[in-house]
Design a protein around this ligand. Structure first.
Ligand code: ZN
Length: 240
């Protein structure tokens, strides 16, 4: 497997956990040596290991030593103590020699510091600015930058034929997605994706009445509803 193929595989793994990783964005990782894949993984539900740690564990479980290997990961490894220890520490302890990141983490407590930490420790770090990897964290990046969730429209997602998806910012924005209308194809497997057959206006009014959801309507044919949906408040800007 080439490094490019490994990034595509990491993206595939990340997509498979979309909607299950709140409050973390979905991330996928593949550990490789040469063209041999040693292990792979994706972000576990909150409190569980991040993708890089899952990939290291999978490699070790298969009898591979990660020392000197390359970690291909869709998002910059974290470097802060959240609910789990920093992935940069896990990568350095494992002796990973090279890290290929698909995107820089927009989260202010990381934002390049994870990559810098790895470089300082002598790891060969490459950021490839992968479009698919960036798309994975687009809702996360948007709410961090604007306090507003991202509304995806039909055709935005190559895997799913959503008519529209509302990302909830009252809950962690990057994880909780609500389909406004059931798609024509089979529903994705993500556990927190909730499908509704309600008309968009009925569903959106109900969500607004519940007071927990803030919705950005930046699509022409949905803007008539924007007037009665509360904008995201400053309190909602802080990711939880
Ligand atoms: Zn991490």
């Amino acid at each position: 497997m080439t490094e490019r193929d490994a990034m595509a595989e990491a993206v595939r793994r990340a997509r498979s956990v979309r909607g299950t990783t709140a409050p973390n964005p979905p991330v996928g990782a593949v550990l490789m040596r040469g063209d041999l894949v040693l292990g792979g993984g994706a972000t576990h539900p909150v409190g569980g290991p991040h993708a890089e740690v899952v990939a290291l564990a999978e490699a070790r479980a298969a009898g591979h030593d990660p020392r000197g290997a390359t970690m291909v990961v869709t998002l910059e490894p974290c470097c802060h103590h959240g609910r789990t220890p920093p992935c940069t520490d896990a990568l350095l302890a494992a002796g990973v020699a090279r890290v290929i990141a698909g995107a820089v983490d927009p989260f202010p407590r990381v934002a390049g510091r994870g990559l810098a930490r790895l470089r300082e420790a002598g790891v060969d770090v490459v950021v490839v600015d992968d479009a698919a990897a960036a798309a994975l964290i687009a809702p996360f990046a948007k709410v961090l930058a604007t306090g507003l969730p991202q509304l995806e429209c039909a055709g935005n997602d190559p895997e799913h034929s959503y008519d529209a998806v509302i990302v909830d910012v009252a809950r962690p924005a990057m994880a909780m997605t609500l389909a406004v209308r059931a798609p024509p194809g089979p529903a994705p497997s993500a556990r927190e994706v909730w499908w509704s057959d309600e008309p968009e206006e009925v569903l959106l009014r109900r969500l607004a009445a519940a007071g927990r959801h803030r919705v950005l309507l930046d699509v022409a044919d949905l803007t008539p509803w924007a007037s009665w949906l509360a904008p995201a408040t400053s309190r909602d800007r802080r990711p939880r």
